[in-house]
Design a protein around this ligand. Structure first.
Ligand SMILES: [Zn+2]
Length: 353
């Protein structure tokens, strides 16, 4: 009962200091600026410039900034730009977005959109008042099609860093924002067999409260992103991104800033802000106070109905995309084959701890 009272009080206190809703202008401006740099392959000058811009914004916002460098075999060096906000330290949330692209795409939706949201979040992070430590990260070298590596190199380095800093114990989730600049409703993807308490369910609840339409679907060959590296190290992670139908301009020259939709960016940012403000139930433990509320029971029933519907929808879309496979352009087919080979490698391989 006292836990319930404490939770109600903290919710009331949170509501009193809640910053005005995100409007997406900052995210759109940042996404356009990053996309205007053109293709940003891993370890390129353009990727470094985009990272430099993010680091400047993070510093200006008062975050502790760390640049984590790592090699990209045969290409040079890339980096993750990490902006850290110190919270109570009993928990950690990571929000990340990859900065690099696959040429010839200028990567507006894939993924200046995600980095734009990260940049906008940095400016509002103190006002949001997260109750966990937060790492906002612009990762590098995510595009495996370009690096030819089996891993998303930036995310792998980041996940190892998080693990070395107690993530096994305190990471609630690492959320990759990837292609959030148009074509909502968003899909939340993860390799879990069903939405987990404190991870997908917490994120869907945040979406629900922020008035954002998002559904969960299990990972497929079209949803590879930075979250994979965390999961392979046993750390909870998911990806928020484009929904049914995928991004038709992914890795193509048509992925231009003019296609970005401010409202999509606003919704992605709102969802992220809600998630950062959310209560801090540990995935493996009962959430004191909250689980017993009628509201939670109602939303949990609604979630179960929604998730069954989204699973049916996702499996239907997989069947449709499999039957369309022969119709997609050769270039995309080659990419699908390459990613399928990489996915087979995933199955064979168990990364050593
Ligand atoms: Zn991407």
């Amino acid at each position: 009962m006292s836990a319930l009272l404490a939770c109600l009080l903290c919710t009331a206190a949170g509501a009193a200091t809640e910053p005005p809703s995100a409007r997406g202008y900052d995210a759109l401006r940042a996404a356009r600026r990053i996309a205007s740099l053109g293709p940003r392959p891993a370890a390129s000058t353009a990727e470094r410039r985009a990272h430099g811009y993010v680091a400047r914004v993070f510093r200006k916002a008062g975050l502790d900034v760390t640049v984590q460098r790592f090699p990209v075999p045969g290409r040079g060096r890339s980096r993750n730009v990490i902006g850290l906000l110190d919270g109570p330290r009993r928990c950690l949330k990571i929000l990340m977005a990859h900065t690099d692209t696959t040429a010839p795409g200028p990567g507006a939706n894939d993924n200046a959109s995600g980095v734009g949201v990260i940049v906008a979040l940095a400016k509002r992070l103190r006002a949001i008042g997260p109750r966990c430590d937060v790492w906002l990260v612009a990762t590098g070298a995510e595009e495996r099609i370009y690096t030819g590596q089996p891993d998303h190199l930036g995310a792998l380095a980041l996940a190892r860093r998080a693990r070395a800093r107690g993530a096994k114990r305190r990471l609630r989730y690492a959320l990759s924002l990837d292609e959030v600049g148009r074509d909502r409703p968003f899909w939340l993807r993860s390799p879990a067999p069903a939405p987990r308490r404190g991870v997908e369910r917490a994120l869907l609840r945040a979406a629900d409260r922020a008035g954002v339409n998002a559904v969960w679907a299990p990972d497929g060959s079209d949803s590879n992103s930075d979250h994979r590296e965390f999961e392979l190290l046993g750390l909870p992670a998911a990806k928020l991104g484009v929904g049914a139908g995928g991004e038709p301009c992914r890795h193509l020259a048509c992925d231009t800033p003019s296609r970005l939709d401010r409202h999509s960016l606003t919704l992605a940012q709102r969802l992220a802000e809600r998630a950062l403000r959310g209560h801090q139930c540990h995935p493996a433990r009962r959430c004191a106070g909250f689980a017993s509320s009628d509201r939670h029971k109602a939303s949990s029933r609604r979630w179960q109905a929604d998730s069954h519907a989204s699973e049916r929808f996702a499996s239907m879309m997989r069947r449709v995309s499999a039957s369309l496979h022969l119709l997609v352009p050769l270039r995309t087919t080659v990419e699908v084959d390459r990613l399928r080979d990489l996915a087979r490698g995933d199955l064979r391989r168990r990364r050593p701890g």
